[in-house]
Design a protein around this ligand. Sequence first.
Ligand code: 4AD
Ligand code: MG
Length: 437
Amino acid sequence: MEQTYIRDIANHVGEVVTIKGWLYNIRSSGKLAFPQIRDGSGIIQGVVFKPGVDEKLWNDVNTLTQESSLIVKGEVREHPKQPGVFELDVKELEIVHLAEAYPITPKEHGVEFLMDNRHLWLRSQKQHAILSIRAEIIRAVRDFFDSNGFLLMDTPIFTPAACEGTTNLFEVNYFDDTSAYLTQSGQLYNEATAAAFGKVYCFGPTFRAEKSKTRRHLTEFWMVEPEVAYADLDDVMSLAENFITFIVHRVLENRRKELAELERDVTKLELIETPFPRLQYDDAVKMLQEGFAKGEVENNFVWGGDFGAPDETYLSNKFERPVMVHRYPAAVKAFYMKPDPERPDLAMCVDVLAPEGYGEVIGGGQRAEDLQYLLKQIHEHGLPEEAFDWYLDLRKYGTFPHGGFGMGIERCTAWLCGIEHIRETIPFPRMLYRLKP
Ligand code: 4AD
Ligand code: MG
């Protein structure tokens, strides 16, 4: 197949190349037409000069509608006044399909309209940049774990019980009279694979029937979860800061163009280096209460609760680097958290809050090792003991200190892209009121 991709165009200056793609936009004036052609890898401006081409080519160019599919042949030229910018002197044009009137025009559209047309909206430059950064983050995630001694363990999506609480489980029918739940997290299974393989990670879709309509919540999102045998809370925090720093460096290294397209202030990302500040929950609460006294926070936070989005936003805005808030009250956290030996009302957990108000991107911690304690927790959380018998086995056959965390890919992508809402960070977002397209 004869085809050159626009991303490689700099290597073809002076050559005649074939580009297969779609018409992004066109400007035409008198004797000149400038079709902008995109092929998924980039956009290039074509130049058609009426006196220089035959009549059919000139007419074809001028019948092109937005998003028509086409194949063009042309000579690659470097822009005379802008080095590094390339143009295509169009010599042949084959219209593959003349597109009907395209619903998304260069004018402003409301977000609901764009979401309804998500399957087409994906073709726009901003979406292209965001989803390219998402792919880069995922590549960095895999490289980080694969090259640091972690083994990939795919955990199941159909599960018999809750991991992160029962209030947001998606229930599905699993033959006859049995119910299954879509996984909220691969963690419990990873605790078993960590006992078998030491350092593991899982990476896949996870599901939460979140009734909240916030800019940070999806009902289906991708989570990467490392789990490490013999890691304590400090080790988990060190892993988290190294991991995030690695990802940020990678994106800065390979996706400058996309960050510029999004007008991302990269100086903020260039500040991300280890170590990250570590803040005990107690001290975070004090900061929130002081903020309230100064009129910077709306609610006077009371010790004992979990942070809401505005609290996280306030806290994360206080730091240039992600802040690691640790040792929350055990009562607001999941059943599996290890209690702090010095203060058993606290959990040995950590949330990593991204700067610039992006809030929690990572949640994790050290796991409870003690069989009796876990049994008590399972009962207190109203969970069915029989569904957890295999999990409790891990505490009967060589129980061991261990810990890990989960990072939501979409939250991380929203932060690195500097965009307001998580819905644009996955090709087809699933939310409370959005199942289509
Ligand atoms: O804090 P969470 O609920 O932690 C767990 O699920 C643990 N079992 C992870 C572990 O220790 N292995 O979720 C972890 C991360 C959050 O910090 C956030 O980035 C993301 O998953 N997340 C969501 N992202 C988008 N939409 C939602 N509804 C999310 N819920 C959690
Ligand atoms: Mg959490």
